[in-house]
Write a protein that binds this ligand. Structure first.
Ligand code: PLP
Length: 416
């Protein structure tokens, strides 16, 4: 695959080869990561990267758009079909750009957004004070009523919406293991004249595959997402609008010319390829298995009395309180597991008593191992090995078993 690169630039070739080996030999449990198919990679590596296509299909600034227009329309049509959307903008370069584009399209500076408490699972781009977005718009918060079950405090959400009159009610998360009551949130948003916006960056693939509810079925107006997490496409973002053309037009203008320059057409082609894969019946099995595997891992943690935020999981990820249950910080757990060949991330938990750089929790999930064909039994085995490493603080003993599990399930080139 890297014939020319190898000859021309050995330094970069070696780094890429090293990363490919790392991915093949270790187990990837970061819940926002996945493996794309060879077809997606081929589209990403195509000559479409050479082309400037500022604008949208049929309305470009430069000539020579016969094929780029086709590619972008394939991506748009497939995205709409996957999520039941009326409009799709497939140009955002990532999930952050998708959110920023949606805010600029839907808000004026100073307007209010009501979003999920960051320490309860919300994302940086939902108005964390370190972001520039937080200087432009006013973010107010809702959160969980009960950290042990994960139930959102919907009454408080409604009261805050009535008091603050947000223009957007934002629902979505990076570290929340349960499903939201989409209908309740959409009704609250519409009750105060706000747009109901869902950031489904983490769960888009589960929605597309039917193992999580689709916010559009419950009245949500706008969805933003990444394309590289559970959706298993190339790194990128996307904005979907259910039916309001006024919102779609405003968002298109915000992305280009408001925020970005030329779209990355090679990534858009790869998005189209990944969306076709997600439309295939086998993607439903994948989405079901991701959730079943996460439930199997949660069972093992529960049997070992390790506290999980919200008590377990209903989606692809688990947030475990390793400080509370095992007396080690999230950072220490991350490092030990890394030495054993398991990659995951430390994560703050709700009401964390520790500092953000070394919090109490770890976050892990099953999208990547499920792509490798892990069953529920395999997933239970991974959870048992994790607990063995964390309890004995001996990474070396588990390392061979983890490598054997990885070797048993090579990263696939295609999902057909
Ligand atoms: C990952 C994520 C993003 C950001 O996506 P990037 O592609 O990293 O910019 C935004 N929102 C949520 C909820 C996420 O999980």
């Amino acid at each position: 695959m890297y014939e020319f690169l190898k000859k021309q630039d050995e330094e970069v070739f070696d780094a890429i080869e090293g990363e490919e080996k790392r991915q093949a030999e270790g187990l990837e449990l970061i819940p926002s990561e996945n493996y794309v198919s060879r077809a997606v990679k081929e589209a990403m590596a195509s000559s479409l990267t050479n082309k400037y296509s500022e604008g949208y299909p049929g309305k470009r600034y430069y000539g020579g758009q016969e094929f780029t227009d086709k590619v972008e329309r394939f991506a748009q049509e497939r995205a709409k079909q996957l999520f039941g959307a009326g409009f799709a903008n497939v140009q955002p370069l990532g999930g952050a750009n998708a959110n920023i584009g949606a805010y600029f399209g839907l808000l004026e500076p100073g307007d209010t957004v009501l979003g999920m408490e960051l320490s309860h699972g919300g994302h940086l781009t939902h108005g964390h004070p370190v972001t520039y977005i937080a200087k432009i718009f006013n973010f107010v918060r809702y959160g969980m009523k009960d950290v042990e079950t994960g139930e959102i405090d919907y009454d408080a959400l409604e009261a805050t919406a009535k008091k603050e009159r947000p223009k957007i009610v934002l629902a979505g998360f990076s570290a929340y293991p349960r499903e939201l009551d989409w209908k309740r949130i959409a009704d609250i948003a519409h009750g105060v004249g706000a747009v109901a916006m869902a950031d489904v960056a983490h769960i888009a693939g589960l929605i597309a595959g039917g193992s999580q509810k689709n916010p559009f079925d419950y009245g949500f107006d706008v969805m933003t997402t990444t394309t590289h997490k559970t959706l298993r496409g190339p790194r990128g973002g996307m904005i979907l609008v259910r039916e309001r053309e006024d919102l779609a037009k405003a968002i298109d203008k915000a992305i280009f010319p408001g925020l970005q320059g030329g779209p990355h057409m090679h990534q858009i082609a790869a998005k189209a390829v990944a969306f076709k894969e997600a439309l295939a019946p086998s993607f439903k099995d994948y989405a079901q298995q991701v959730v079943a595997n996460a439930a199997a891992m949660a069972e093992v943690f529960k049997e070992s009395d390790v506290r999980m935020i919200t008590g377990g999981t209903s989606n692809h990820l688990i947030l475990a309180d390793v400080f509370g249950s095992l007396g080690m910080s999230g950072g220490e757990a991350e490092k030990l597991l890394d030495e054993a060949g398991i990659t995951l991330n430390k994560n703050a938990i709700a009401d964390d008593t520790r500092k953000p750089m070394d919090p109490s929790g770890i976050r892990f999930g099953t999208p990547a191992i499920t792509t490798r064909g892990f069953s529920e039994d395999d997933s239970r085995e991974v959870a048992r090995l994790m607990l063995e490493v964390l309890k004995t603080k001996d990474a070396a003993a588990a390392r061979e078993k983890i490598r054997a599990l990885a070797e048993k399930h090579p990263i696939p080139n295609s999902f057909a």
